[in-house]
Design a protein around this ligand. Structure first.
Ligand SMILES: Cc1cc2nc3c(=O)[nH]c(=O)nc-3n(C[C@H](O)[C@H](O)[C@H](O)COP(=O)(O)OP(=O)(O)OC[C@H]3O[C@@H](n4cnc5c(N)ncnc54)[C@H](O)[C@@H]3O)c2cc1C
Length: 377
């Protein structure tokens, strides 16, 4: 009998990993409190930019680059399984640079080991506007990462959910998990909607809410909560018809993601304000001002919509992935912070490998939950 797995949370991490587990032969049920993709995964901008988010080459960049490499095949596979167009764009990102120090730091990035694979180039003077005429005339230098891509993340998470369902995953919406059941040193299932649901394994992928669960560490050992909480991001979109930009643009505090389906996203604030679901005038004003400073034509476009989401965040800013120590059959995949869309394919591949084989792939070692447990013990 193939193992049964309960996935707590139907965001992109839960749906992508459920899909991978079902392909590996597991019987999988996703338990989602609301709607799949209804939280951070639907709220994101969908930029897939591993170099922009890494200050230096290291374990995080390796994880992000591996996920970036998986994207073309993931998009093709999901398209074939669902017929959905997830608006996968591969036109690259421009990072405008201000001042000597930023230009020199960018020059250093052109020597990173992956620079050639990503088409990293420093543009100076006239080359900047030759590449992207919509940029403000005062921008005298920019780093081009030609290999960056982006997706329509709302469609992507829907595609993952549909592809998972087509592989036999049961997706239950509108059911809240209140407890993860551990007996002895084994996960046995969850309590959801007031009823016990049994399974051979449980994967906690509840995004910014993952810290709400008490996770036992074996017989007689009190439970720990993951140190995961929300970082609010406010974001808006303006009309992208006719198209404003040929690239994504990433400034100091805002980025622009033009979508072929007619909107250009302008994101996003990074706020430690708890679960306050509110879009503020101040934030919208800030986003628009900063966007206009980068691309003046934004100021002539109508505002289409604005929204916010809660990024799952751990104190070191890194994802928490892999087996929960001391409890067989309990796994976590959360805290992807600003990169959960980018990291979904590699998370699904590595975490499903842990569940299916019992082994932890080397790429996952720096992201195990143990790093927080040893710190608190
Ligand atoms: C404004 C903004 C812009 C972003 N831009 C980007 C970007 O450009 N690129 C990128 O890679 N990342 C981006 N991110 C980050 C990315 O969105 C997240 O890292 C990612 O979506 C996290 O996915 P998740 O599945 O862990 O969480 P979520 O999508 O939040 O999913 C968790 C799910 O768990 C469910 N849940 C919670 N508690 C329970 C419970 N008790 N029972 C059942 N279900 C439960 C929730 O309802 C939710 O659907 C952005 C985020 C925001 C907010």
């Amino acid at each position: 009998m193939p193992p049964s797995v309960l996935v707590v949370g139907g965001g992109i991490i839960g749906c992508a990993t459920a899909h991978a587990l079902a392909k590996g032969g597991c019987r999988v049920t996703v338990l989602e409190r609301d709607t799949p993709g209804g939280e951070a995964s639907g709220a994101a901008a969908g930029l897939l930019a591993p170099l922009g988010e890494s200050r230096e080459p290291g374990p995080f960049q390796r994880l992000a680059v591996e996920s970036w490499r998986l994207y073309p095949q993931v998009v093709a596979e999901l398209g074939a399984a669902t017929g959905m167009d997830v608006e996968h764009m591969t036109a690259g990102t421009l990072y405008p640079l201000f001042g000597h120090a930023e230009v020199e730091a960018a020059r250093d990035r052109t020597t990173w080991p992956v620079a050639q694979e990503f088409g990293v180039a420093l543009l100076e003077g006239a080359a900047v506007r030759e590449r992207e005429p919509a940029l403000d005339a005062g921008i005298e230098a920019a780093l081009l990462v030609a290999g960056d891509h982006w997706v329509n993340n709302e469609r992507l998470v829907a595609a993952y959910a549909q592809a998972a369902a087509a592989c036999g995953v049961v997706i239950r919406s509108g059911i809240e998990v209140s407890e993860i059941l551990v007996e002895g040193s084994r996960a046995r299932g969850v309590v959801a909607g007031g009823a016990r649901i049994g399974a051979d394994a449980v994967l906690l992928a509840a995004g910014a809410w993952s810290g709400h669960f008490s996770l036992p560490r074996g017989p007689g050992v009190p439970g720990d909560a993951l140190p995961v909480g929300p970082v609010r991001g406010q974001i808006l979109s303006v009309s992208n018809s006719p198209p404003l930009l040929g690239h994504a643009v990433h400034g100091r505090s805002v980025y622009l993601a033009p979508r072929p389906s007619g909107e250009c996203l302008v994101g996003a604030t990074v706020e430690h304000v708890g679960f306050v679901r509110e879009v503020t005038d101040e934030a919208l004003e800030h986003l628009i001002d900063e966007a206009v400073a980068l691309v003046p034509a934004i100021g002539e476009r109508s505002l289409l919509r604005s929204w916010c989401g809660f990024r799952p965040w751990a104190p070191d800013g890194l994802p928490i992935l892999g087996p929960w120590p001391g409890v067989e059959g309990l796994f976590v995949a959360t805290a992807h912070f600003r990169n959960g869309i980018l990291l979904a394919p590699i998370t699904a591949a590595l975490v499903s490998e842990c569940v299916l084989t019992g082994r932890v792939p080397a790429l996952l070692l720096p992201f195990l939950p143990d790093r927080f447990i040893s710190a608190s013990a």
